[in-house]
Write a new protein. Structure first.
Ligand SMILES: C[S@@+](CC[C@H](N)C(=O)[O-])C[C@H]1O[C@@H](n2cnc3c(N)ncnc32)[C@H](O)[C@@H]1O
Length: 322
């Protein structure tokens, strides 16, 4: 803890000022962190951490949905309108994907988003990438009251157990400044992405995927229980998109992304081309949206001189304001 406090003071002085490492209950939280088993730690018997991070090397694959989360979190129409001095905490931050996308889509924002995660490997990778990062549980933040303009809990919220979700939202509300916003993002129970997780990822990954997703009613209850003013719960188009010069290449790259991000090791074992065909066929079966904002199922298409492979996904997103 002391080493981390020194590192934060030296590399991210403004972050060091917001840290509250000795808050009451901190020791129990450290113990929980040390004992926690997490599939994102690394590619061990249970893990998919390294393959997950490999997928995130192309930071722009999920950029469309992430941009929407930023604008909802800042209460603005486009990322260009996010204030320069905006402070964002990304609670399930992994190795800092959202911070990297923020830098690209809102370069005027001076402080990088703070990446927070319970997995030590994820936090180390974010720090290695020069990003401010904290190892902490969503349900116990080592962050002082009213220090953040926005908090995003996204891309993995279903990993927080149903009994811990209210605590995670209360913690987010605690660290928000008055007027600040919490954005809670996940996928609706029973909808295509949740079915992909329970039927495909659960079957073909090392760790399985036995997690409960969300309903709009649960999100509304969580926002209310955190004493935030409800701004609304809405569907957000959140596709996976790869761009390139060649239709076969973009399809192969998106198939590899799906295999790595979801850790679908059970589909391996054949020639790479066959494995890619298998995951693409599954994606076309599951990610179907007849009335969505994008294509009705995964497609490869041309826009002017660029080829795109796109897997449509629709997320469920709640916003609450302090
Ligand atoms: C699917 S990854 C998303 C990472 C990153 N936001 C992205 O989109 O690439 C979910 C992350 O949440 C972290 N996580 C899961 N439950 C958590 C909890 N209760 N507290 C903090 N982090 C948690 C995992 O370690 C993992 O890195």
């Amino acid at each position: 803890m002391m080493e981390y406090a020194d590192l934060a003071r030296n590399r991210f002085p403004w972050l060091a000022e917001t840290l509250w490492l000795d808050r009451p209950g901190a020791e129990a939280a450290w113990r929980l962190l040390a004992d926690a088993v997490n599939e994102f730690e690394d590619d061990t018997d249970l893990g998919r951490g390294a393959s997950y991070r490999r997928a995130q090397r192309n930071a722009m694959v999920r950029a469309r949905g992430i941009r929407s989360l930023f604008t909802l979190a800042a209460g603005v129409a486009t990322p260009a309108r996010i204030p320069r001095d905006w402070r964002l905490l990304d609670v399930l931050g992994g190795d800092g994907l959202l911070a990297r996308v923020l830098r690209t889509v809102a370069p005027q924002v001076v402080s990088p988003a703070v990446t927070s995660d319970m997995a030590g490997h994820m936090v180390l990778e974010a720090l290695r990438g020069g990003l401010p990062a904290i190892r902490q549980l969503a349900q116990f933040l080592f962050v002082r009251d009213e220090t953040m303009d926005a908090v995003i809990i996204a891309y993995g919220t279903h990993h927080i157990g149903p009994e811990e979700r209210a605590a995670a939202c209360r913690e987010a509300a605690r660290v928000l400044r008055p007027g600040g916003r919490l954005v809670l993002h996940d996928f609706e129970e029973g909808a295509p992405v949740a079915r992909w997780f329970t039927e495909v990822v659960h079957r073909h990954s090392r760790s399985g995927h036995p997690y409960k997703h969300f309903s709009a009613a649960e999100m509304e209850r969580l926002i209310a229980a955190a004493d935030l003013r409800p701004v609304g719960v809405r569907p957000v188009y959140d596709p996976l998109v790869v761009e390139g010069d060649d239709p076969r290449e973009v399809r192969a790259a998106l198939a590899d992304y799906l295999l790595d991000m979801y850790g679908l090791v059970g589909l391996n074992g054949r020639a790479r081309a066959e494995t890619r065909d298998a995951v693409w066929a599954l994606a076309r079966r599951y990610f179907t949206y007849p009335d969505g904002a994008g294509p009705d199922r995964p497609v490869v298409y041309r826009r002017r001189s660029t080829w795109l492979a796109e897997v449509p996904r629709v997320a469920l997103v709640a916003v609450g304001e302090k």
